[in-house]
Design a protein around this ligand. Sequence first.
Ligand SMILES: NC(=O)c1ccc[n+]([C@@H]2O[C@H](COP(=O)([O-])OP(=O)(O)OC[C@H]3O[C@@H](n4cnc5c(N)ncnc54)[C@H](O)[C@@H]3O)[C@@H](O)[C@H]2O)c1
Length: 381
Amino acid sequence: MTAKQIRYGMVGGSLNAFIGEVHRKAIAFDPRAELTAGSFSTMEATNKETAEAYGLDPARVYKDYKDMAKAESAREDGIDFVSICTPNYLHYDIAKAFLQNGIHVVCEKPLCFEVEEALELEQLAAANNLLFGVTYTYTGYTMSKVMKDMIAGGKIGNIVAVNAEYVQDWLIDDLMPGAAADQNLSVWRKDPKYSGIANSVGDIGTHIENYVHYVTGLKIKRLLATTNTYGHALDLNANMIVEYDNGITGAYWTSQIASGHLNGLVVRVFGDKGSLEWQQEQPDYLRFTPKGGATQIISRGTGYIEEAAGAVSRLPAGHPEGLYVAFANIYQNFISALIDVKHGSYGGKADFPTVSDGVSGVRFVHAVVKSAQNNSGWVEL
Ligand SMILES: NC(=O)c1ccc[n+]([C@@H]2O[C@H](COP(=O)([O-])OP(=O)(O)OC[C@H]3O[C@@H](n4cnc5c(N)ncnc54)[C@H](O)[C@@H]3O)[C@@H](O)[C@H]2O)c1
């Protein structure tokens, strides 16, 4: 069997974790890449068990990500990129270790805790000519790309307002005083030590911030916010008004206590010639309402959607694609760019979220928290 073109390693994402397994499955959609190294957990048995499940060479299973970065960089057949799927507090240190060893990076969001750290990672990647992807998953869906192309193509005219929410209810029991300790593996999100200065705003608010920027091109100039902690250390609910660089405003809402809502990312963009709405729980469809006309439901996999965006569609219309494919589309574009880098033919145009998007996310989180702590005053980004 010939070796694959791209070898990758993973930090975090042991078998019992959430998102690392999604990353591995998404990368496996691409026949050009294979998992060859990892440091999946600090628990030795869990690390070993995950590596064995993927048939890794035991010599390439590391107790510590720092050893992994050094050893992989020294090997002739070392990994081309690392995928970082740990809780937030480790992203900066891990990304830095791999960049310093000349290894390309894909990292989960939010990128890191501090704006200075984010800028340092951006600078390190640029200085070392390394690709750095950040997995803002929802931009990977076909209909997100169709939405972007339709807005750029003038289908809704000039943007006049944005309204977006990302609401869940998995922490609703936190509203009960003295609720029993949560056994859910994801509870680190509520702890500032692991999560950073925000919970819902960092975990799901950053997706809104990135998604709106992706589909509209708008950049936030300033924002004001309120956050609700309900007696906990970090926010479980937040409301934000953002003003973009063209003076238009948008309203964002994040929540983890919105009863009945599971993973409700909804983005509505209004223009002077119509509007577009995308809901991540029905990701293959887009609602388009031309001004004064009937609402149309645009479907993925059809002949009438924009050709370029439609190119990432993998299944015929009516067969739901879903989250794995959204991740796979991001990785497919990252892997294509990486192959171009290896062949010296990379033009620098990345159709995947980059470290610069990660920097914007960290700025956004800090601005929201600062505004909420300052009587909801405007904070410049
Ligand atoms: N893009 C998305 O849509 C999306 C979705 C879910 C989670 N995330 C992000 O992914 C990251 C992980 O979230 P999760 O829900 O998978 O968390 P999780 O708690 O389920 O998994 C964390 C993993 O990191 C491992 N780990 C912790 N410390 C480690 C270390 N020092 N070395 C090696 N491995 C270590 C754990 O063993 C575990 O396997 C977070 O930053 C989160 O914000 C993103």
